[in-house]
Design a protein around this ligand. Structure first.
Ligand SMILES: NC(=O)c1ccc[n+]([C@@H]2O[C@H](COP(=O)([O-])OP(=O)(O)OC[C@H]3O[C@@H](n4cnc5c(N)ncnc54)[C@H](O)[C@@H]3O)[C@@H](O)[C@H]2O)c1
Ligand SMILES: CC(C)=CCC/C(C)=C/C=C\C(C)=C/C=C/C(C)=C/C=C/C=C(C)/C=C/C=C(C)/C=C/C=C(\C)CCC=C(C)C
Length: 502
């Protein structure tokens, strides 16, 4: 007998949106989280008076209008909301050959900024970004639910025929296909590459146009907004809403096995030996952790093996969580920065540096007179494995961490002179830290195409080939990003609710 309608493995934002949506529809839901607190990559940790976000602090989906404000909507569905602080510049880019661009919240101002750098491409710039708006306006005109639910598709097609057909046209396209229609300047095309890379971890040629429509337009529409109290608040409030709606979450509950009966998923087994049963099982773990670990290799369906031939793990990150004296930040410093000195190194390990300074929006996250600087840069687990304490002595790993942190800080001194001298706190996270605390294989940021694929067409939805088993999070359509995994949560809960006849 099933104790629950649905068990959700993992309390990342994808898992929590699925859980809250189902609980709000009256389902009996259990969330099992291996760590001490909810949120996964959107969690937090506290040290010496600082509250650090685990991941980046650039949050989409908190707008007040339209249908793409999925975080606002997910919270509202369980009677919750979060005070947010608008971020007026999405990113301040510091790029090769002195190219400096600020992506202002105001669309016209952003177009002026980028046109000032490439005046000969004025028309192409406007046409490219206007085409992204077309995608966004299609998405933002309709309820965003499961594309695996035929009645929803028919209803959407009848109510919003232009939006549906427009989206269907863009589903197989990548940003590079569109950008090259309008833009010739090779440096401007490189700028479009980093505009994509900084959230999709692949260049424009491999970044789905639907996701670019979301990011490149919503930053000027709903805007980037920071949750007061830190990114961790989103998961905390979703859990509060889940419990109010009758759902349950258990922490330190690491699922080691998804139980199958007659090839159907019927329950889970925890590391402590306990078992739980439910009508539907949802995995918020990555596909690599789900198929091959939670589902034993002999039971992995063939379509999952094919998926792994098309998608590979993106690198993880080397993260520097810094507490700094306030004087380190020049007046007018923006919250998010991208630093890259050589276009050729954009996708290399330690190539692009990402910076978030959330205390510029919420000063309460650091002791008075101090700021948080979270700097992170792509990094591979393999580069640390031979240094792991099990293979050699711990000190070689510590030295390597110190040296890597020094390299990043030295480069950041160009934007924040005096950073090194102004350091009050430093904690360095490696790919193994991400693997350990987030339970993500190799600490990966998520799946990326192995080669150019047709946009989002090959990204799987929530159902899997194993009856009763669903996936949610960044290993499912439409991929990485908090608002993206929130969409995947809405879609997953919608499909399950229909399957459960709720
Ligand atoms: N925009 C930003 O600044 C920002 C910040 C943070 C995260 N993100 C995005 O969030 C996305 C990740 O969200 P997500 O929902 O896919 O997943 P996630 O990795 O954040 O969460 C998965 C959760 O499942 C738990 N888990 C994994 N295996 C488990 C097991 N066997 N048993 C129990 N619990 C288990 C983990 O501990 C974690 O809490 C990333 O793609 C990233 O893009 C964005
Ligand atoms: C009916 C017929 C014929 C067809 C159906 C067609 C149809 C209806 C299609 C519908 C498609 C849908 C609904 C698609 C939905 C797509 C969504 C919701 C996509 C959302 C994407 C969101 C993304 C990619 C958000 C990313 C955000 C960020 C910022 C991610 C991470 C950023 C960083 C890690 C970098 C941070 C940077 C710095 C500098 C710190």
């Amino acid at each position: 007998m099933s104790e629950f309608d649905a068990i959700i493995i993992g309390s990342g934002i994808g898992g929590l949106v699925t859980a809250t949506q189902l609980a709000a529809k009256g389902a009996k839901v259990l969330v099992l989280e291996r760590y001490l607190i909810p949120g996964g990559s959107a969690g937090y940790f506290e040290r010496q008076g600082y509250r650090f976000d685990v991941g980046a602090s650039m949050i989409f989906g908190f707008g007040q209008q339209g249908t793409t404000n999925l975080l606002t909507r997910a919270l509202a569905a369980v009677g919750e909301n979060i005070e947010t602080i608008p971020d007026n510049v999405q990113i301040h880019y510091h790029l090769p050959n002195g190219l400096e661009v600020k992506v202002e919240r105001d669309y016209q101002e952003f177009l002026q900024n980028i046109t000032a750098c490439f005046p000969h491409e004025q028309q192409g710039i406007r046409r490219f970004y206007d085409e992204c708006w077309k995608v966004f306006n299609y998405l933002n005109s309709m309820d965003l639910l499961s594309l695996e639910e035929p009645r929803y598709l028919v209803r959407s097609l009848l109510q919003h025929p232009l939006s549906c057909l427009g989206l269907a046209r863009y589903l197989p396209l990548n940003v590079g296909d569109i950008a090259r229609k309008y833009i010739q300047d090779s440096d401007l095309l490189k700028f479009i590459d980093i505009e994509c890379y900084c959230w999709s971890v692949v260049p424009a040629a491999m970044t789905p146009m639907i996701n670019a429509g979301m990011v490149f337009s919503d930053r000027h529409y709903g805007g980037v907004n920071y949750p007061k109290g830190g990114v961790g608040q989103i998961a905390q409030k979703l859990v509060q809403g889940l419990e109010k709606a009758g759902g349950k979450i258990i922490y330190q509950a690491r699922v080691t096995k998804i139980l199958l009966e007659k090839d159907c998923a019927v329950g889970v087994k925890l590391a402590n030996g306990e078992t739980y049963h439910a009508k539907k099982i949802v995995s918020n773990a990555t596909r690599w952790d789900t198929f091959g670990k939670l589902i034993s290799p002999k039971d992995v369906p063939i379509n999952e093996i094919k998926w792994q031939e098309r998608y590979k793990k993106s690198p993880s990150f080397l993260s520097l969580h810094m507490g700094v004296k306030a004087e380190v930040l020049p007046i007018g410093t923006e919250c998010h920065h991208i630093l890259l000195e050589d276009w050729e190194k954009m996708m290399d390990g330690e190539g692009t540096i990402f910076v978030s300074i959330p205390t510029l929006l919420d000063p309460d996250l650091a002791p008075a007179g101090h700021h948080i600087i979270h700097a992170f840069t792509p990094n591979w687990l393999a580069d640390w494995q031979e240094l792991s304490p099990t293979n050699s002595d711990n000190s070689s790993k510590s030295r390597a961490k110190e040296a890597a942190a020094e390299r990043v800080i030295k480069r950041l001194e160009k934007i924040f002179p005096g950073l090194d001298a102004g350091l009050d706190f430093l904690e360095v996270g490696t790919p193994s830290t991400h693997r350990k605390y987030l339970g993500r294989e190799d600490g990966t940021y998520g799946p990326i195409p192995r080669r150019k694929l047709p946009g989002l067409l090959r990204m799987p939805f929530n159902r899997t080939a194993i009856p009763g088993l669903y996936c949610v999070g960044d290993s499912t359509f439409p991929g990485q990003g908090l608002n993206a995994v929130a969409f995947s949560g809405f879609a997953c809960a919608h499909r399950i609710a229909v399957d459960l006849r709720l």
